[in-house]
Structure formats: C-alpha cells, structure tokens
Design a protein around this ligand. Structure first.
Ligand code: FAD
Length: 484
C-alpha cells in the first residue's frame, strides 16, 4: 500500500529523542519519530520490531509494495529459524507451508555426507521459504509490534544538521508525494545498493572480496517425496548446485558456476542454466521427472564486504552494512539477528546522542566480531574452484563419522566456528590419511594443503588484528555534511 504521510505529525517534533536540524527545503509533510528505518525486509523489520517492542516510535519506509519478491534464494539454517522465533515471526512463517528440512546432504563425486543439526534454541531443522511470503510475514510482525511500515515509499537521501549529524530522511512516494521523517537515529536497512550508505559516505567497503561464483536459480516441480526433508548440495569439478524443497510444493534449484563461465550465460540463460544442472550428475538425478516452472533469475555482480556501519545519528543494518556470498546462505539470519540487536542496543539510548552513537558503535563492533570468521570461510567457498584435496578428504571422513558431519553442519548454523572444526590439527591428520593412500599424487596434494594452511594462518592473523579488544573504529563520512 502506498502511503502519503498525513500532515500534522510535525507536532511529534517535541517528543523526547527527536533531533531537529535546520528547516528543510522539501515541501510536503514532515514528522519526527524516534527512529526511521529505510528498508523493511529482513534487517529493517527486525530493527523495527525490537524498537517498537521497547516502546519507541519507529517508521520503516520501503520502496517495494509488500508482498513482493526480491532477488534472493532463501535457505534458512536452524539459526535463521531461531532468529525468526526471537522476533515473534516464526509461527507466521511456518504457516506458509515450507517443509522442515532436518537433513542436509552434500555430494562430491563418489562421496556423500548426510547429517542433522545440533538444535539451536530447540530448533533442529532448516527451512526454505520464498521471500514474498517470508518478508510479508516480517512486515506483518513489525506492524503488530507497533512499528509503522510504509511501503511504496523511497527514501531519497539522509538529512543532516550543521554538525553533520544524521537527523532524518527525505522520501518520495509513487504518486509523486514528498516529505521528511526526522529521527534521533536513521537506520539504513536498504540492501546492497543502500541509499543511506551512499548519503552518509559509507558505501565504499573497508573490507571486501569479489565472488568467484555467479548465481542462477529457478523453481522446479518436485515429484520426489523422499527428498522433501533434505537440503542438498552437489559439487562436480568447479560446478556447484543445490536443491532446497520450499513452500508451494516446489524445489528451489540454484547453480553457482565459476565467474569464468559467466559468458556462457549471456545469451540463452535458461539453456545455460539447464545445461549446468545436467552437468552435475547428482543434481540431475535428484530432478528426474521434475520440470522447471519459473524463469531463471541471476545475480552475477556479487562481492562480499563490510562497510563502516555506524556514525553520528546513523547505522547500517543487514546487507547495507555487511554482505556475504550466498554460497553459505548466512545473509537472512545475519540481517535478522543484527537488525534485532541494533534495535535492542539503540532503544534505551535514543534520548542521548552521545550514548546512542556509542551504543551503535558497540553494536557494529559486535557484529564484526561475530561475522569476520564466517566472512573469511564464505569467501573461501566462493572462490569458484574445484574442491581441494583437503576438502574432499574432509568429506570422506565425515561420510563415516556422524559427529564430524554434524559439526560441519553446525558451522552453517553458527553453533560452531569453521576453525573449531578444521584447525591445523585436523588438517594435518587428513593430510596424513591422504598421503598414506596408494596412488595419491603427493606433490600437488602437499602444495594444496600448504596453500590452505597459509590462508588459514593469514585469516587468523587478520582476526587477531581486527578484533583486538582495545581497537575502536569510527565511521567517517567521506562527504561533508549537507544541510538538513
Ligand atoms: C542470489 C542471492 C541468493 C541468496 N541466497 C540466500 C540464502 O539462500 N539464504 C540466506 O540467508 N541469504 C541469502 N542471500 C542473502 C540475502 O538475500 C540477504 O542477506 C538479505 O536479503 C538481507 O536482508 P536486508 O533486509 O538487509 O536487505 P534486502 O532483503 O535487500 O532488503 C532491502 C529493502 O530495502 C528497500 N530499499 C532499498 N532502497 C530503498 C530506498 N531508497 N528507500 C526505501 N526502501 C529501499 C528494498 O526495496 C528492499 O525491500 C542471497 C543473496 C543473493 C543476492
């Protein structure tokens, strides 16, 4: 529903927590609330829910009109469902009818690992929920919590006062209406191409990694009830394909070819997609008798990053501030979790700008501390290479060892860190097993393992350096403050 903000809410400017800058040049309604959130999907709804629950007046603007799809696949590990529960949205999401996925399957050539998860807050399964329903459920939950979610409204830029402090946003709706929302805190939850990040000069990441893979996905019919509880992935050479049963009795089929094959998809994308599916034998077999029932969607411009995500009067939540390649399916969970934590951190501090900025800076640092290792691990999997000998040996070990298989899955579900499952000790034991096997080409295997250990050591050094307890990082806008 498109919304033009009714005039008269400017009376709210007297509310505590309101930060009022100079008069705006924008003609149109103006109002003041505690927090304005730009974007109302995973991160935006989560932030809004936490703030509204704390009794704060929050307005979330989204240019989309819900229910609306977005360019994203949508596998949730148990930790993602736990976040939906923490927000009070899980029952709504379950009602959409996606099957629980208690089993994960990872196939690579002649090796196949199957396993279950250590429960997260009692939840022992994943789920794959199409974004149209998932995001609408989040928006409804935010509205129920007391947040005002206005869809069909685009935030055009961030207003700042003479000191450069963010004091609100200007907006435009689809009918040409314009106005402003002033607030103590402006949250950009507006995705990878964030307007808020650009407006505050934080759009250039301070840490990034281009993806070595592209994404192409479509929905298929699913005539295989025996697979409807399994989230499955196959690796074949440099190719990677997944099949995740989802709501609507469909299966989401994503292929992530190496970026070097991107040109093959430039002409007939559907033909290239289907040829890729066919080139992954396990996936092709999984889809026997199934039909593709939607066009193919693609995302080929992917880079993972951290952006400076806090500054005077502003914060960046979800993809606006931090993005990981979809290969490990972490984005929705992290947008929900750190959106909620942002709202919880900001709510008690909104009446004191210095306390607010400090709380938001602490929140940013906590997110980086939690996510840096997963970012590094994801970048490794997104390289677009064939599995390394060490990875194949790990799969072989996990095929026979249910505890190891579970530990590997728990990394996806964030119950364990990647380095706690494959540290130098396990890597050397796997190496010993490989070289003891007759016929192993020792020289390339040793070179590959040495390369992986060097990467792991470099990543660990980066984590030690970045996460030193005394270090504080403040975001500095690149551009001078504009008039409010
Ligand atoms: C191809 C692909 C596959 C993925 N697969 C998975 C997966 O399987 N599992 C997983 O967990 N994650 C996955 N992700 C990541 C996931 O999509 C994101 O991490 C997640 O959507 C982040 O949520 P968000 O709320 O931060 O941003 P978004 O979901 O991008 O929402 C941003 C919102 O902001 C709105 N907006 C933007 N600009 C403005 C503006 N100026 N004014 C008002 N509104 C605005 C948009 O309309 C949008 O609704 C995938 C990503 C991609 C690209």
């Amino acid at each position: 529903m498109a919304t033009t903000i009714p005039p008269g809410r400017a009376a709210d400017a007297a509310r505590p927590g309101a930060s009022v800058g100079r008069a705006t040049a924008t003609t149109g309604p103006s109002e003041t609330v505690d927090v304005v959130v730009v974007g109302a999907r995973c991160a935006g709804s989560a932030t809004a829910i936490a703030l509204a629950r704390a009794g704060r007046r929050v307005v979330a603007l989204d240019v989309a009109r819900f229910p609306a799809d977005t360019l994203s696949t949508h596998l949730l590990w148990p930790a993602g469902l736990a976040e939906l529960r923490a927000l009070g949205a899980l029952d709504r999401v379950r009602a959409l009818g996606a099957p629980p996925l208690p089993v994960a399957y990872a196939g690579a050539g002649d090796v196949a690992v199957r396993g279950g998860y250590t429960p997260v807050d009692g939840i022992d399964h994943g789920m794959c929920v199409r974004r149209t329903g998932l995001d609408a459920a989040l928006v409804e939950t935010a509205r129920d919590a007391g947040a005002e979610v206005r869809d069909g409204v685009r935030a055009t830029d961030v207003m700042r006062d003479d000191d450069g402090r963010a004091v609100g946003v200007r907006w435009r709706d689809r009918d040409g209406g314009e106005g402003t929302v002033r607030a103590a805190l402006v949250v950009g939850a507006d995705g990878r191409r964030s307007t808020v990040a650009r407006s505050v000069g934080a759009d250039v990441p301070y840490r990034d990694a281009p993806s070595g893979r592209a994404c192409f996905y479509a929905y298929w019919s699913d005539p295989h009830p025996e697979w409807r509880h399994v989230a499955a992935q196959w690796r074949e050479g440099r190719e990677l394909g997944t099949a995740f049963p989802c709501d609507g009795d469909r299966t989401l089929v994503l292929v992530q070819p190496p970026m070097t094959r991107r040109d093959a998809f430039r002409g007939d994308v559907a033909a290239a997609y289907e040829a890729t599916v066919a080139s992954i034998p396990g996936l092709a077999e999984r889809l026997t008798g199934a039909e593709r029932i939607t066009p193919v969607r693609s995302a080929t411009d992917i880079a993972s990053y951290f952006r400076h995500s806090s500054g005077p009067g502003w914060a960046l939540a979800g993809d606006a501030g931090h993005f990981k390649d979809p290969v490990t399916a972490q984005g929705i969970r992290d947008a929900l979790r750190y959106g909620r934590l942002l709202g919880e951190a900001a709510a008690p501090a909104l009446d004191d700008p210095a306390a607010l900025d400090a709380a938001v800076a602490r929140w940013e640092r906590g997110r980086e501390r939690d996510c840096l290792e997963v970012f590094q691990w994801t970048n490794g999997l997104a390289r677009g290479r064939a599995m390394s000998p060490l990875e194949v040996e790990l799969y072989r070990a996990a095929e026979r060892d249910a505890t190891l298989a579970r530990a590997m899955l728990d990394v996806f579900s964030r119950s364990r860190t990647p380095s706690s499952v494959v540290g130098p000790g396990r890597a050397l034991r796997l190496l010993a097993r490989m070289v003891a096997r007759p016929g192993t080409p020792r020289r390339p295997v040793l070179a590959s393992v040495a390369d992986e250990l060097a990467t792991a050591a470099r990543d660990a050094r980066e984590r030690r350096r970045v996460l030193r307890p005394t270090r504080t990082r403040r975001a500095r806008p690149r551009t001078p403050a504009g008039p409010a």
